[in-house]
Design a protein around this ligand. Structure first.
Ligand code: IMP
Length: 181
């Protein structure tokens, strides 16, 4: 245990790494069928999506390209702010590209809505959304999820790339974080 981290006893497993692995394989099969021959651009939202992205592309195993964009909504706490900030954009041309957004978790939907507006200005052929986790009960704006891994309850989760205050991204399972730090 690293000093200053929440005690691991405050974390309980919600979705195991085996369940995640199986679901990622199923998602990859669906996406492969839809995008084969289209050389899609998978656009990961940093930092949370990097673990999912790396597992997904190896299971997809079709020609594709990847880019990352960095947006921030959560600060150092658990509550999202209504303001989304673009930390790093992308420079590659998107005109006539098939863009598949890769997200770790959709909560209020504000991040994805912001990204849609940003991407639409670059005139891609299509924009779709793949998220591994979704908290639909928290939605503030409508978002169409094209590929969904798991619905999760309205609770704060960490692991599989998802952090609390930059901690716990390394956990292989998706865990519920209870209590305060
Ligand atoms: P949204 O804009 O409210 O949909 O928030 C999406 C972003 O908030 C995700 O990309 C995550 O980075 C973060 N987020 C949402 N829910 C959680 C959570 O339960 N744990 C950690 N980060 C979360």
């Amino acid at each position: 245990m690293l000093e200053g981290e929440t005690h691991l006893s405050q974390l309980s497993t919600l979705i195991t790494k085996e369940e995640i692995e199986n679901r990622v394989a199923e998602l990859a099969a669906e996406i492969r069928e839809d995008y084969l021959g289209k050389n899609p651009l998978l656009l990961g939202i940093l930092k949370g999506s990097f673990v999912f992205m790396s597992d997904l592309i190896r299971k997809l195993n079709i020609p594709l390209e990847i880019e990352f964009i960095r947006l921030s909504s959560y600060g150092a706490g658990k509550e999202p702010s209504n303001r989304i900030r673009l930390v790093h954009g992308i420079n590659v041309p998107l005109k006539d590209r098939h863009v598949l957004i890769i997200e770790d978790i959709v909560d209020t939907g504000l991040t994805v809505r912001y990204l849609h507006d940003y991407l639409n200005r670059k005139r891609p052929s299509s924009i779709k959304l793949c998220t591994l986790f979704d908290k639909p009960s928290r939605r503030v704006v409508d978002v169409t999820v094209d590929y969904l891994g798991f619905k999760v309850p309205d609770t704060f989760v960490v692991g599989y790339g998802i952090d609390f205050d930059e901690k716990f991204r390394y956990l292989p399972d998706l865990c519920i974080m209870e209590g305060q730090v």
